[in-house]
Design a protein. Structure first.
Lengths: 112, 115
């Protein structure tokens, strides 16, 4: 158990819908990262937050957004969902930027 | 930009045999390198990391990796494979010295262990 929690574990929804994925980092970790894992793209970095502020963006679609709250938990919002958004979404946290990242169990999103 | 290439998408070894997983990196600045393992339907677990200290890094579960700058490699080894080592392994790179903290992953290597 890495200490990073993600909810829900599974999510099944329809095209065009909007979903919110939640991540609670390890106690004391200030940095949160979101990654997407799919069969065709592999593991891709989406976005990073540090102590409530956005610090880096990867190949994140405009339909996707995220935020980190004052209690340091983070949410990833996916809207206007398409079939291709079906993937595993991982959250990771680290105590400081540049330190090792610990991954949560992931949320498996299925868009039908 | 940083990237890693994992040579071989599948590796099959006999129980008790050497496990060798290959990773080559590309980075314009001194990199940080990591190996993660992913068991079916689970998240990624950190096996070991290189952050510019000792070039031979020991990790959990008997794994180790050696950073070779001249070869831009960070291969993962385990002297004797166990059935529980069957999983997917990912090499990853980041570049904190250039304020690039994200992990860039390789495509992964799936390890199967034959009894």
């Amino acid at each position: 158990d890495s200490g990073v929690t993600q909810t829900p574990k599974h999510l099944i929804t329809a095209t065009g819908q909007r979903v919110t994925l939640r991540c609670s980092p390890r106690s004391g970790d200030l940095s949160v990262y979101w990654y997407q894992q799919s069969l065709d793209q592999g593991l891709q970095f989406l976005i990073q937050y540090y102590n409530g502020e956005e610090r880096a963006k990867g190949n994140i679609l405009e339909r996707f957004s995220a935020q980190q709250f004052p209690d340091l938990h983070s949410e990833l919002n996916l809207s206007s969902l398409e079939l291709g958004d079906s993937a595993l979404y991982f959250c990771a946290s680290s105590v400081e930027q540049g330190r090792e990242q610990f991954f949560g169990p992931g949320t498996r999103l299925t868009v039908l | 930009a940083q990237s890693v290439t994992q040579l071989g998408s599948h590796v099959s070894v006999s129980e008790g045999a050497l496990v060798l997983l290959r990773c080559n990196y590309s980075s314009s600045v001194p990199p940080y390198l990591f190996w993660y393992v992913q068991y079916p339907n689970q998240g990624l677990q950190l096996l070991l990391k290189y952050t510019s200290a000792a070039t031979l890094v020991k990790g959990i579960n008997g794994f180790e990796a050696e950073f070779k700058k001249s070869e831009t490699s960070f291969h993962l080894t385990k002297p004797s494979a166990h059935m529980s080592d069957a999983a997917e392994y990912f090499c990853a790179v980041s570049a904190p010295r250039s304020n690039d903290y994200k992990l860039s992953f390789g495509a992964g290597t799936t390890v199967t262990v034959r009894a």
